[in-house]
Write a protein that binds this ligand. Structure first.
Ligand code: ZN
Length: 427
């Protein structure tokens, strides 16, 4: 495939260059050349009015929760979780499959090329992801304090999932440990042992609310990240999500152990969790921080453009400082997101995976557009609706021309999801 005469290429390379009027040659899912007038018989896409950039990575979500978008919007986390959990007890593999399909189509349309997922029936989500051509890192979730599934059985499921997908080109296994308040000590340690055995990551919610921190302090006399350290599980395999309520010494631990972090500003603000992730402190310590939408039940968008903007707004509002810039947010959503997924993407450079998106440079909300305000347009003005096409692994998986077909295809899906919500939220 050749992306011909790209008006702008946001390379996200080491010097963050922006290229003009260049071609990109993609072969076997890899970017093999960037230059002028590249020759070849490959499929050509005219990009003369396009902004071409690396695909965005949604580094924390619960994709199938698109089912509950707008279901119980105006409650704080604890009440919200109780309401959501009562509905989740009724979930079936079929509902997960349908909801994942809706979420993945939406993410592809919004320029998301990969996501880190935590939810029930990951087999279903993995299959839909492969079908629709998006990258995903996911697995079974340990929550042995509240689950009806025994820890032994869950660990077996976790392990089988790892063995099944560890060599898949699109699906990467992860060990989801829901949180310290839904897991026993043993559950966390056994999950960690499996992660070490197979060299896969652990994905866990930590320090999302004051209550969680308070309960941890009361029970164990330490803060949540200290608690994980005390259990001996803090390591470079750990992906810690939220960290809204975190101390300076916990940040030291995270930095020393090389853990990765995911920030979900929109979800945190909407659920009124009140905390604030000290982004610049973490970046200055060299911690890899990515961005996530969290679920469509708590966001309610699956739009990483909005997430980038909200990241900056929340930092500026909290710290009265403009030190976090548009380029930081773009790095979080591309380069750092790719590190968290453990893939060589997030940059448009020779040898990188061809996970690429394009926006229409003529759109009203992006103009007047110039090279010098391009990053600003992407971070502060763009939304997923500006995305023209999405390429994952060298394959065109979404294009504006497909949109009507996708919308039609999803009508029956939405109908079934609505029937499920109406039936079970009233009973
Ligand atoms: Zn979450």
């Amino acid at each position: 495939m050749i992306l011909r005469r790209c008006k702008y290429i946001i390379t996200q390379d080491y010097s963050r260059r922006i290229l003009k009027d260049k071609d990109i040659l993609i072969q076997d899912g890899i970017i093999v050349e960037i230059g002028e007038n590249i020759r070849g018989d490959d499929e050509v896409i005219d990009c003369s009015d396009k902004i071409v950039m690396p695909g965005l990575i949604n580094a924390h979500t619960h994709s199938a929760m698109v089912l509950m978008r707008g279901f119980y919007d105006d409650a704080e986390l604890d009440e919200w979780l109780r309401k959501i959990w009562s509905l989740e007890r009724k979930l079936t593999p079929r509902i997960i499959r349908l909801a994942a399909k809706a979420a993945i189509y939406e993410m592809l349309a919004n320029g998301i090329t990969g996501f880190l997922d935590m939810y029930f029936y990951p087999e279903e989500v993995a299959q839909v992801a492969k079908e629709l051509g998006i990258r995903v890192k996911l697995g079974y979730t340990i929550m042995d304090k509240v689950s009806t599934t025994s820890l032994d059985r869950r660990l077996k499921e976790v392990e089988e999932f790892i063995l099944k997908y560890r060599n898949d080109p699109l699906v990467k296994p992860v060990i989801n440990i829901h949180s310290i308040y839904t897991c026993t000590k043993n559950g966390i340690i056994e999950g960690y042992n499996l992660a070490r055995k197979y060299n896969v990551d652990i994905h866990i919610h930590v320090s999302e609310t004051r209550r969680e921190v308070y309960e941890c302090k009361k029970e164990y006399n330490v803060f949540p990240v200290e608690y994980l350290n005390m259990l001996g599980v803090l390591s470079e395999n750990m992906i810690l999500v939220h960290l809204g309520w975190i101390t300076s010494w916990e940040i030291e631990l995270i930095s020393r152990c090389n853990c990765k972090v995911v920030h979900c500003p929109t979800s945190n603000m909407k659920l009124a969790t009140g905390g604030i992730l000290p982004l610049l402190v973490m970046l200055d310590k060299g911690i890899t921080v990515g961005l996530g939408t969290d679920s469509a039940a708590s966001n309610n968008s699956l739009d990483m453009f909005i997430e980038m903007k909200n990241t900056i707004l929340l930092q500026r509002h909290s710290f009265w400082s403009v030190d976090v810039k548009a380029q930081h947010a773009l790095d979080l959503a591309t380069i750092n997101g790719a590190r968290i997924l453990g893939i060589k993407s997030g940059r448009i450079m020779k040898g990188y995976l061809a996970d690429i998106i394009a926006l229409n440079a003529n759109e009203l909300n992006l103009n007047p557009l110039r090279e010098d305000n391009l990053i600003s347009a992407i971070v502060y003005s763009a939304t997923g609706l500006n995305v023209e096409f999405t390429i994952v692994n060298g394959r065109l998986v979404y294009s504006r021309e497909f949109r009507d077909r996708i919308v039609r295809e999803l009508q029956t899906v939405y109908r079934e999801l609505n029937e499920f919500i109406l039936k079970h939220s009233l009973s």
